[in-house]
Design a protein around this ligand. Structure first.
Ligand code: NDP
Length: 398
């Protein structure tokens, strides 16, 4: 029985609290801390069968974090604040000797640069201290890493190519909104695209490569666009037989039209501009205008389908396998007051936490998801709300 401290009371934080509260066999006490305490209290009030403690924290400040951790004495800290806070929270975990888990890699404020180098640099210090950090335990990154590890363990002898494909076939009826934090989401989508090919990263303009993909289970054909996504970096490092890795995401024409206009007028800029004697960052101003992703929960209908097509060889023969999850926005909302994007991120965070506190996945140091046994994780993920399908077949090269 473990005490867990959750940092970040946003869309994902809400799901993490609901799901930890469902596992009282694992989590004996839960504290939720975030920048705005009233948001923690609002989430805590939704849980009736266990009392959720709440606290205010500025997670940019290591001494504040250290004081909170010393007061709460958790066994595990789940970081679902923003990627900007990853390093300060890791510093505090290191100082206090508490295990750490997050769902997105560190990003500095001033450059939309997605790479693990900053967090991997903590490996030796975590190892020496006997503390564990599990990076990227959301869906993508997260479950997509686990699906790739499953393909490598069970279905293919050699994984040569992966296509990670993320479809949101849901509709919230808003003219323009993002499904998770708008600032983080738009920084990711508008960044230069990179994919892995023959041992190197190949750059192309953002969203410039488009394909049509026929999604399973009634979702049907949708346009997918190639993006850079952080799990490719750890996957090609830890599964070095992968010679091509691409990440694809669906966007509606309407979404892309709005995004193009916002980019053209400078509203997605991440640098400071002078406005009426004050410095503002346009993308942060845009975030204040856009719908709060949490408000989309009751409005969103339809499904998500996120998965990996892994291609390679088995017994010397060419083979392909598609491993995916389908998740329903309305069912997620009924269960946790959140839509499927927050749900598909929050549930794997809790399952990653269960792996750590039960010792099924535990080793001092800083780790990515594909470095542990995928089957024990997936055995817990299905019953926790995210089952997966495995289909062997043929898919056109993307
Ligand atoms: P939200 O913006 O909804 O929530 C972020 C929360 O963090 C807010 O409650 C915010 O506080 C809090 N926060 C921000 N800065 C600080 C700070 N300095 N100190 C304390 N708390 C702070 O984001 P989401 O819930 O949508 O996303 C959470 C994380 O999940 C992000 O890192 C995101 O990148 C990641 N993610 C990962 C995915 C995956 O599949 N791997 C998919 C989707 C998201 P306040 O309420 O005051 O603003």
């Amino acid at each position: 029985m473990s005490k867990v401290l959750i940092i970040g009371a946003g869309g994902v934080g809400r799901v993490v609290v609901h799901k930890c509260a469902q596992r009282r066999d694992i989590f004996s006490a839960i504290t939720l801390a975030s920048r705005t305490k009233s948001k923690c209290d609002e989430i805590a009030a939704e849980i009736t069968d266990i009392k959720i403690q709440t606290a205010q924290i500025d997670a940019d400040q290591v001494p504040e974090l250290v004081a909170l951790i010393k007061r709460e004495q958790p066994q595990l800290l789940i970081n679902v604040a923003l990627p900007y806070q990853d390093l300060t929270i890791m510093d505090a975990c290191l100082e206090t000797g508490v295990d750490y888990l997050d769902t997105a890699n560190y990003e500095p404020h001033d450059t939309a640069k997605f790479e693990y180098s900053w967090q991997w640099a903590y490996h030796d210090r975590f190892k020496e201290k006997g503390v564990m950090a599990l990076l990227g335990s959301g869906f993508d990154p997260g479950v997509t890493n686990v699906f790739t590890a499953l393909a490598a363990k069970k279905y293919l002898d050699v994984v040569e190519e992966i296509d990670i494909i993320d479809a949101n076939a849901g509709n919230h009826g808003q003219p323009f909104a993002t499904n998770f934090n708008p600032e983080i989401n738009i920084r990711e989508i508008t960044a230069t695209c990179r994919h892995w090919e023959n041992g190197q990263w190949v750059e192309s303009p953002p969203l410039a490569t488009k394909r049509l993909f026929d999604f399973p289970e009634g979702i049907g054909p949708m346009n997918i666009y190639r993006l850079y996504h952080e799990e490719m970096e750890s996957l090609v490092k830890h599964i070095p037989t992968i010679r091509k890795a691409q990440f694809w995401m669906t966007f509606s024409d309407n979404y892309l039209k709005h995004l193009e206009v916002l980019q053209n007028v400078g509203m997605t800029r991440i640098d400071e501009v002078e406005f009426q004697g004050q410095k503002i960052v346009p993308i942060q101003f845009l975030k204040a205008l856009l719908p709060d992703p949490a408000s989309l929960g009751p409005l969103t209908k339809g499904k998500t389908c996120i998965g990996v097509i892994a291609r390679g060889t088995k017994n010397g023969q060419r083979k392909q396998v598609y491993i995916y999850n389908i998740c329903d926005h309305e069912a997620c909302y009924q269960e946790t007051n959140s839509q499927a994007i927050s749900y598909t991120t929050g549930v794997p965070a809790v399952v990653g936490g269960i792996m750590m506190v039960t010792g099924k996945w535990h080793a001092p140091g800083v780790w990515n998801m594909e470095q542990f046994d995928p089957e024990v994780f997936l055995a817990e993920l299905g019953p926790m709300g995210l089952p997966h399908e495995v289909v062997e077949g043929e898919w056109p090269e993307l």
